[in-house]
Design a protein around this ligand. Structure first.
Ligand code: NAD
Length: 373
């Protein structure tokens, strides 16, 4: 850990910060293993040109809380690779392989796919001798984005939270921001359960239909290479206006900080269930709570992906992953809501307290260095 990195240290971690440089390939990367009291730390590998140590640390800490809240036998970590994720395939393979080689001896870190990386990247890291979760089915993985693991958790959380705001899933009007691995499947699952998906957005634009979009047609369109701005069903609206669309449930499943202090007043939904990480700022969450909008904390609602990864790492199969996601995300949403009532606190305060208690309990069994071996 460099002296600059010590500014992140507190009573939880981080246990290790590793800066990686591989001169032949030009790879620069950072690994933050935050806390391993509950077990080897799982957290995605993000590839982007503008990643930073601070971002890596914040995401690693979020994984410590997410994994503990989900009741997984894993601590939290994250890694970032500096680079354009759309670089030519052979160069990207070199980067990923070099990364896998450099981190193979960090035994308490288990990488997984994140923005800019995918299941194939995890197979390359594994091939370099590392541990991974989120592998392709060909090498024993459970393809979490293909089955919609995170979206399944979002829907389970929605199912528990809906009664709080007097909604039923059947007939609820839903807006989904982001139509990738999370948003697309969330729309599909809710459509199948009888909700009306009145609006959907991707990076190109947004569509709106108060009678409900044809979700199978929209998925076919997107999977065929189309984008939402050229989808013929529904009325085209300005992309970011989806935040204020007239709906009951809003599912942010795209970028961070899309609901903030300056636009939270536009939200008409009664319930926000984020697929995205840090999609709603903490200040906005507080303001939404004050005006009666229930906003489920991101790490409670979107834990389906990491739960699936943990089941895969433990040798489980797809059906085990589905059952575990349903049980854990629903159970955690229930517990979070109960604590919120009992203590009269915000949803996030209840969720963080729940996660902290689980990390603290595990830390009582660790040696001074928190080493899980
Ligand atoms: P993805 O890359 O598959 O899809 C992202 C989608 O968001 C795309 O449809 C893209 O066009 C859209 N998008 C990007 N910028 C947008 C904008 N400004 N407005 C509207 N749409 C925009 O990503 P994903 O895997 O679906 O992840 C989405 C979010 O969920 C991210 O925040 C990610 O960190 C989080 N998340 C994903 C998983 C997972 O299992 N994939 C797990 C936990 C959290």
């Amino acid at each position: 850990m460099t002296s600059e990195a010590f500014r992140f240290c507190d009573d939880l971690g981080p246990k290790t910060i590793l800066h990686v440089y591989q001169p032949t390939v030009g790879l620069k990367a950072i690994v933050v293993v935050d806390n391993v009291a509950r077990g080897p730390a799982i957290g995605g590998t993000r590839m982007a040109p503008d990643v930073s140590l601070e971002e890596c640390f914040r995401l690693a800490r979020a994984m410590t809380l997410k994994n503990a809240a989900a009741g997984l036998p894993h601590g939290g970590a994250k890694s970032v690779i500096f680079g354009d994720p759309h670089m030519p395939g052979d160069k990207k393979e070199q980067y990923i392989r070099a990364f896998g080689h450099c981190i193979k001896d960090i035994r308490d870190y288990i990488p997984g796919p994140d923005m800019g990386t995918n299941e194939k990247c995890m197979a390359l890291i594994k091939d370099e001798g590392g541990r991974c979760a989120g592998l392709p089915a060909d090498v024993g993985g459970i393809p979490l984005d293909e089955i919609g693991a995170t979206a399944l958790g979002v829907v389970c959380s929605t199912d528990v939270a809906k009664e709080r705001v007097g909604l039923k899933v059947k007939g609820a009007r839903v807006a989904v921001q982001g139509f990738g691995a999370v948003g697309k499947h969330a729309a599909r699952f809710l459509d199948e359960r009888g909700s009306l998906i009145v609006s959907a957005a991707d990076i190109s634009g947004a569509v709106y239909d108060p009678d409900g979009l044809d979700i199978p047609a929209l998925i076919e369109h997107v999977e065929g290479g189309g984008v939402i701005s050229d989808f013929a069903g529904g009325k085209q609206i300005e992309r970011d206006s989806i935040i204020g669309v007239d709906c009951d449930i809003l599912i942010p499943a795209a970028r961070p900080d899309v609901i903030r202090e300056d636009n939270q007043a536009d939200v008409k939904a009664k319930l926000i269930v984020p697929g995205a990480n840090i999609g709603v700022t903490e200040a906005a969450e507080k303001m939404l709570h004050e005006r009666g909008v229930l906003c489920i904390p991101d790490f409670i609602a979107n834990a389906g992906g990491v739960i699936c990864a943990a089941v895969e790492f433990a040798g489980g199969r797809k059906r085990d992953a589905v059952a575990t996601i349903e049980e854990k995300v629903a159970g955690n949403t229930e517990e979070m809501l109960r604590r919120m009532d009992d203590k009269g606190v915000l949803p996030r305060e209840a969720a963080v307290a729940m996660a902290r208690e689980r990390v603290d309990a595990a830390m009582r069994y660790t040696r001074f260095d928190g080493d899980w071996h």
